[in-house]
Design a protein around this ligand. Structure first.
Ligand SMILES: NC(=O)c1ccc[n+]([C@@H]2O[C@H](COP(=O)([O-])OP(=O)(O)OC[C@H]3O[C@@H](n4cnc5c(N)ncnc54)[C@H](OP(=O)(O)O)[C@@H]3O)[C@@H](O)[C@H]2O)c1
Length: 341
């Protein structure tokens, strides 16, 4: 089997570190691994398959110099904007975790369990975009239900972990936990979030747009439509909660047809990458603490609406660094290899 030269751009970050773990776990055909980050990380190493690799500085020429064939980017939108075209020009396929290219009409936005056929469009620009973490777990559940009942509208509220904002954001939560225990919380200065995150929930992720929704909320609206190839209505309220890892979402779905919870349970039990965990009598439902390091989206609290027969409620949880980023990116790379070979 052919092996590939793989660059991980942002290898020292929360998503980059997870990509390295997932590449190892799935036994990805890595011939050569090139971990890239900023000049700040020179002198650092990352671990892959029990071996230490020196982090190299991201430059425009590194992709051609190192013969990179697959470049997994997770170093922020401005970095992708500047460097992803250089990687593509040097012949690499770019799989980008940032929001920068997601809504470009000629760039495919892919969740392999939902719209794998769109990967073929990588040839347009050499770039494939990975959706927002909250969108990925949601569309994995929406797709099979849309096929069965014809989805019309989604109302979703998220409960997003601090790791969604990177390593420094997780550190901020831990620091504030310590400050709270030491009665020093008054001195804490929020940096990663607009307010104190410990002992709090913040109904704002990213900046507000003119329509009153935040950018994060509008990502869930626009990306869902692009991935599902369907003009569904979506209204999102994205909320940051003081957990480290795992995003939860409370979702209300409106369909063209009437639905029952038992039908939905049956369909989701067979859906790719979805695990039904729904047993109220034993207090069984998904929670962030149990989804860490898992690659599936968990669904529970499936129930019919009390008033409208075409409305259903459910609760989903997934590891944002895996399902919402690293696992999705690596699975795109696996499918890209299949498509090519
Ligand atoms: N966290 C999530 O759940 C998640 C999910 C989906 C998508 N994403 C997206 O993935 C990207 C990274 O997120 P993260 O959570 O991993 O952030 P992070 O923990 O802050 O890591 C950022 C990474 O980018 C590197 N970097 C920053 N500026 C750079 C530059 N100018 N040149 C080269 N490398 C640079 C950093 O390297 P240094 O250490 O050298 O600064 C670090 O490796 C973001 O765009 C984010 O929106 C995140």
């Amino acid at each position: 089997m052919k092996k590939y030269s793989v660059a991980v751009v942002g290898a020292t970050g929360a998503v980059g570190e997870e990509i390295l773990r997932v590449l190892e776990e799935v036994d990805f055909p890595v011939g050569k691994l090139i971990p890239l980050a900023s000049a700040r990380s020179l002198g650092k190493t990352v671990e892959y398959r029990g071996q230490e690799y020196d982090v190299m500085e991201l430059t425009h020429t590194v992709f051609a110099e190192q013969g990179i064939e697959i470049a997994l980017f997770s170093a922020g939108g401005s970095v992708s904007k500047e460097f992803a075209p250089s990687a593509a020009k040097a012949g690499a396929v770019v799989i980008d975790n940032t929001s920068h290219f997601r809504m470009f009409p000629d760039v495919p936005l892919v969740v392999p369990e939902v719209n794998p056929e769109d990967i073929a469009l990588w040839k347009n620009t050499g770039i494939i975009a990975n959706p927002n973490c909250s969108t990925i777990q949601m569309v994995q559940v929406l797709k099979p239900l849309d096929e069965a009942f014809d989805l019309v509208r989604v109302d979703v509220s998220t409960y997003q972990a601090t790791s969604g904002a990177g390593n420094s954001a997780m550190e901020e939560l831990v620091r504030q936990m310590q400050d709270m225990l030491n009665f020093k919380l008054d001195e804490c200065e929020p940096k990663a979030f607009p307010h104190q995150i410990v002992n709090n929930v913040i109904p704002q992720i990213d900046v507000f747009t003119e329509n009153g929704f935040t950018k994060e909320e509008m990502k869930m609206v626009n990306e869902s439509v692009k991935i599902l190839h369907k003009e569904i209505e979506v209204a999102a309220t994205c909320v940051r909660v003081p957990t480290l890892r795992g995003h939860a979402e409370s979702i209300r779905l409106t369909f063209e047809c009437d639905v029952t919870a038992s039908e939905v349970r049956e369909i989701l039990a067979k859906a790719p990458n979805v695990v039904v965990m729904d047993e109220p009598s034993t207090k069984t439902y998904p929670m962030p603490a149990m989804c860490v390091d898992r690659n599936e989206t968990f669904v529970g609290r499936i129930r019919e609406d009390i008033f409208q027969r075409n409305v259903l409620h459910l609760w989903i949880v997934a590891d944002n660094l895996r399902v919402g980023a690293a696992t999705n990116a690596v699975r795109i790379a696996q499918k890209w290899i299949e498509t090519k070979e």
